[in-house]
Write a protein that binds this ligand. Sequence first.
Ligand SMILES: [Zn+2]
Length: 104
Amino acid sequence: MKEAKANEIQKCALCDLGVMNSHVPVFYTVKVDRMCIDMQAVKEQQALSVLVGNEEIASVMGPNRSIAKRIADGKEVWVCQNCALSLDLCVGEMSERFGDTDDN
Ligand SMILES: [Zn+2]
């Protein structure tokens, strides 16, 4: 998001207050996607490294497969300054609350 129109204003997704509730005109947009390592791809890359004897050469010789895949797309939400600076912010919880999971 580069800018927002007046009719696109959202409340803070975490505290449900306006994003200027701290009287600071700064807020964050946050999108949390959940990713998963493809262990088979990692094992294959490691095996190639062992065969070749050099991890860097193996990375060039290998099929350059994706090592991680997205398992849940997050929705972009607005977060106020107070919540963004809170130590209680949990990325995993945000993923559960604002993500569309493919694995459910
Ligand atoms: Zn907030």
